[in-house]
Design a protein around this ligand. Sequence first.
Ligand code: NDP
Ligand code: HSE
Length: 433
Amino acid sequence: MSTSNVRVAMIGAGTVGQPLARLLLDSNRVDMLVDAAAARIELVAICVRDGAKSRPGVPAQLIVTDSMATATRDDIDVLIEVAGGVEGTRELIEAALSRGTTVVTANKALMAAAGSELIALAHQHGADLYYEGAVAGGIPILRALRTSLAGERINRVMGIVNGTTNFILSKMSAEASDYGAVLAEAQALGYAESDPTADVEGFDAAAKVTILSSLAFGTALCGEVIHREGISRISAGDVAYAHRHSLVIKLLGIAERIGEHGISRRVHPVMLPMDHPLASVHGAFNAVFVEGASSGPLMWLGQGAGGEPTAAAVLGDVVAAARNRVTRRCDAPLSIDPSLQIFPLGELQSVFYLTVDVLDRPGVLATVAGVFGEHSVSIKSMEQSGFGDEARLTFLTHMVFESDISATLEDLAQLDVVDSVGSCIRVLEDDPS
Ligand code: NDP
Ligand code: HSE
């Protein structure tokens, strides 16, 4: 039987696109993929912004610069989008899908914002839309949720899904360094971008949690804003407290069922017990921890960012896309569970670590503790450090409602004896199994 060719064009040849192009141009690799793809994958064009830039390993004759012309070529089966961006890129993907061209993308921002509509458009035109590279780089978590765990009732997906922030928190913990100094180092090493906002303020992780939730629970990909707190306010003092109490601070993305129909999705730092599986994930590594009703806890670990790991995930999608093109089928669209309702953040419960900078005078502790009491926040332990105008009170609460902690923080900030309310970090106390 003769082997079909599946023709592929790419938009983007940067951090992800360049190693991907090299994989697609490696004839040994393409030969090896013929069985899995049921076709020979042929890269026919690579679209970039700057056609004059040197790109080692990428033949100049494949380079083009008209992205819409590339997306709407009649002679391609699959468009790979590794350019990034939301609105302009959405138009390119819509144009390709509307012509029945399958799209493979690593664009988490676009998928979180408009994935449901794009998946529906793909289905309407007999095409696929794959996006494994969009979450946790080289970790094949989306396909695992979609296929291997299709029969499982998933209760919680919790992950370290941003490499930059995990690198920063790991360094702060290992070297007792301040956030600012470690961020500067992360930027110098190329982990953090010159504008690190998307990573350090949790926007990148929030997009990934939105995507994980859609596969685990059937929530829509339509740009919903989820609760998000980043790591930029975490101090060396917070890290030291965690260390003294056998805890470690991680930025977690969490999507979980609450009761039968409740769903909570959020990104925030958490103090984890050192024996929690996610506590030992260091550096730029990512890990996704899934709790299934029958499977129990499961965890995936790997390189969540970087060109080569992400390129490998994108290539896996291209293979699946090619096979579907050859066999003239396409995947069913994701199902959405209309019964799910957003569980109010204020009704979630957690243990909290809080710091409050106060004047060190008689009666101040009683005044501060009184505010906790007014909002039914029970204190488990308290430490004081410093003295005079510099005193810091560090509290660990019992399990309390988020709404009560928010009200406590608001009222504490109004007290004359309080200079500032510092950190407020959730502490995970439950057993992962
Ligand atoms: P880069 O900025 O390194 O590369 C972007 C590439 O796209 C460049 O080659 C650029 O061209 C090209 N490009 C951008 N806009 C256009 C356009 N309008 N027309 C044609 N070409 C265009 O990005 P990354 O490779 O880091 O990221 C790509 C995507 O992959 C993003 O969606 C990102 O979120 C995602 N991703 C990235 C990961 C990573 O570790 N970097 C990990 C997981 C996902 P030129 O070279 O000429 O400037
Ligand atoms: N900036 C992301 C991270 C990589 O640091 O994990 C792209 O998903």
